[in-house]
Design a protein around this ligand. Sequence first.
Ligand code: ADP
Ligand code: AMP
Length: 217
Amino acid sequence: MRIVLLGLPGAGKGTQAALLASSAGVPHVATGNIFRQAMTAGTPLGLQVREIVERGGLVPDQLTVAIVRQRLMEADAARGFVLDGFPRTVPQALALDAMLRGMAAPLERAVLLQMTADEAVARLAGRRVCPRCGATYHLQAAPPAPDGTCPRCGAAVEQRADDREEVQRRRVEAYEGETAPLVPHYEAAGRLLRVPAGGDVADVAARLRAALAGAAR
Ligand code: ADP
Ligand code: AMP
């Protein structure tokens, strides 16, 4: 499986990518998680991107592409991957196309999780993440443990700095300006699938699996 998930911040890319990747036995590659883990660990990459990520901007293409290239060269990605949050700009998509051509392993599908900006932003208000293992929770829809810890690894979950309201707006604008043009890019390549992202997690997952299965026929 080699697929990309597209959609507004809050559309459910991370949630669905984790489910899909684990059922397909391929890695879930999320550039946002890679940046946040580097920020938490205080690595040079984390220091370099912190300000950009926290104000809702986009990390420069060259740096982001280099990180993804390195990640996709790791052994576990030989069987495929679910990319979440990458590509986010047309130059990133072109770089990914070239990268996969070089590996003779073209992208199978780009799935757009469709949702209005109002619905997506409403979901972000309840989002909590685990700074240690990267798991995502939601105060109502997918709550962490009652004491506010991550059921998977035990760390205290937190709200992302970029989920504050004024930063959310900037991220939606970045999506509309830089990422939305990927929809016609993948449509022209005959790779795009649209999946409505409303409803509960299991419903979206079932819809996504059915769309991928239908497209494979
Ligand atoms: P993205 O990766 O697209 O930004 P997430 O997967 O992090 O989105 O989802 C945003 C928030 O909404 C998270 O708190 C997540 O737990 C929650 N969420 C995801 N999918 C659903 C759903 N189908 N119904 C309700 N809440 C959801
Ligand atoms: P996400 O977890 O996908 O919502 O990403 C969080 C933040 O990380 C984004 O708002 C950007 O600042 C940065 N980021 C993640 N992926 C990319 C990417 N492909 N290109 C540029 N910046 C990115």
